[in-house]
Design a protein around this ligand. Structure first.
Ligand SMILES: Cc1ncc(COP(=O)(O)O)c(C=O)c1O
Length: 471
């Protein structure tokens, strides 16, 4: 059964309205800069809290904040296309793909980053900003800081991909690689923000970041009027908070559906807990969504506007990445493919026959990870299979096996044989990896092998996505 959490929508009503904390000035919303607060944690280590993300006083953004962001960032970020998917018919819905991975740095994060930078006071523009990030937010902030001549410092944990670190440096930012994980990187960034009077810009929870991401919602409604649903990947929650704010204001009947990976379902957990709570994160293809605790502002803004959260298995994300390459010629990262994964997995079958927009929000995937994703996707779809079979060691034994494979029409990717560890010295074990047309073709291969050989063993795919498998 799909693991779906349904939330009652109270359109337009915020969980806690902290919007008073912002005041509007023409097209620009200025946030009163709250005083930084510190808290002592065990071991006497001082933890500095982000004054813009106060759990006791969450700030909700408004539709006006999103339109202000749209006005300010216009011309500075791409207005990305949202064409109808070539596979609409096969998915049984009018499916549109909002291609925000086509932004210069490869993700939607530029929208929020640019708006946050443009909204700084003149003094803060001179001093600069700081943030901790593993990737997309850092790239976006560094790139727009460079374009706007605003100094940017990013603290990236040691696990950050080396290419992303290098790109941030290419954008002339000060890059500090420190900390075993994001938690440590963020603590350091917060300390530096206090010492050097740099404004800390949280990548998903700063109100300007959320408002900037909301501009995707405005564009979607211009490109696809009154869609039945908009499907949005969720990490810290800023993206869905912004989009939901824009979409629900202009098209209240449009459903907002959030998607998380089973390996990091922190928004779903927050909903079950009635508030943000730390969730343990496991390795995921959707590393952009791997945020242990959703933002307090993002949660307060998004909760009343989200219609449904969906949690998808990792294999569906791999299949989504594969399908997007094969059918749409789009290269997306795991987080970017999570929306389509929700459709492929059958979680959104109730939207068949409807007009649905899926956000492809990021394309920054490591080349080696990309290769592995494609293979995993093929395996999950039953199009790449691996089996061991014991055949006769007599001349022609392997030839017979190959003849069978030719007859079934599969393509051999890898084949090796081994004889030392077998009980019967007149047999040889052959290990084969081959490509098939689809799941049914793989079953045909399996049945045919079983007809001719008594010892055949197919390797289990972590979760083979056949018709009968649990969705
Ligand atoms: C490609 C991509 N998609 C989605 C998200 C999730 O955005 P948010 O953290 O605002 O929920 C991220 C966050 O980094 C991302 O990089």
């Amino acid at each position: 059964m799909p693991q779906t959490v349904k939330v009652e929508t109270q359109n337009g009503k915020s969980a806690k309205n902290g919007a008073e904390a912002s005041k509007t000035n023409g097209t620009k919303t200025e946030l009163a800069v709250p005083h930084g607060r510190t808290r002592h944690v065990s071991g006497g280590v001082e933890e500095i809290l982000d004054p813009f993300c106060d759990p006791n006083n969450p700030q909700c953004i408004s539709f006006h904040d999103v339109t202000s962001a749209a006005f300010l960032i216009k011309g500075g970020v791409e207005r990305t296309p949202c064409p109808k998917s070539k596979s609409s018919d096969s998915y049984g819905m009018d499916l549109y793909l909002k291609k925000d991975f086509l932004q210069y740095t490869g993700s939607f994060k530029e929208r929020g980053a640019r708006y946050a930078l443009l909204s700084l006071s003149e003094e803060q523009k001179r001093k600069g900003v700081i943030s901790a990030s593993l990737g997309n937010h850092a790239l976006a902030l560094c790139y727009h800081g460079w374009k706007l001549s605003i100094p940017v410092t990013v603290v990236m944990p040691k696990a950050a991909p080396i290419m992303k670190v290098q790109k941030c440096r290419n954008y002339k930012a000060r890059v500090v690689v420190e900390g075993r994980d994001m938690g440590e990187a963020k603590s350091l960034a917060m300390r530096m923000s206090k010492e050097e009077e740099l404004l800390y810009v949280n990548g998903y929870d700063h109100p300007h970041i959320m408002a900037g991401q909301g501009t995707i919602g405005l564009e979607i409604l211009e490109q696809v009027p009154e869609p039945d649903a908009v499907v949005v990947p969720v990490g810290g929650g800023g993206l869905i908070a912004g989009i939901a704010t824009a979409v629900k204001a202009l098209s209240p009947n449009t459903k907002i559906i959030g998607v998380e990976s089973e390996k990091c379902a922190s928004f779903t957990n927050a909903m079950q807990n009635n508030g943000p709570i730390s969730t343990s994160i496991k390795n995921t293809l959707a590393d952009g969504l791997a945020v242990p605790k959703v933002g307090v502002n993002a949660y307060a803004t998004a909760l009343p506007l989200i219609d449904r959260m969906v949690v998808v298995k990792e294999e569906w994300i791999a299949v989504a990445i594969l399908r997007l390459v094969e059918e749409e010629k789009c290269v997306v990262e795991g987080a970017g493919g999570a929306g389509l994964a929700a459709i492929l997995s059958g979680h959104l079958d109730d939207l068949k026959g409807k007009k649905v927009v899926v956000l492809l929000c990021g394309g920054n995937i490591d080349t080696t990870v990309f290769g592995r994703c494609l293979e995993r996707g093929l395996a999950a779809e039953g199009r790449l299979v691996k089996f061991n079979v014991e055949v006769s060691d007599r001349p022609g034994g392997i030839n017979d096996l190959c003849a069978l494979l030719v007859r079934v029409g599969v393509s051999i990717k890898d084949i090796m044989h081994e004889r030392a560890w077998l009980r019967d010295i007149y047999t040889v074990e052959v290990k084969v990896i081959c490509e098939t047309v689809d799941w049914t073709h793989s079953l045909e291969l399996k049945n045919e092998l079983k007809k001719f050989y008594s010892k055949v063993q197919f390797c289990d795919v972590p979760m083979a996505l056949n018709e009968s498998s649990e969705r």
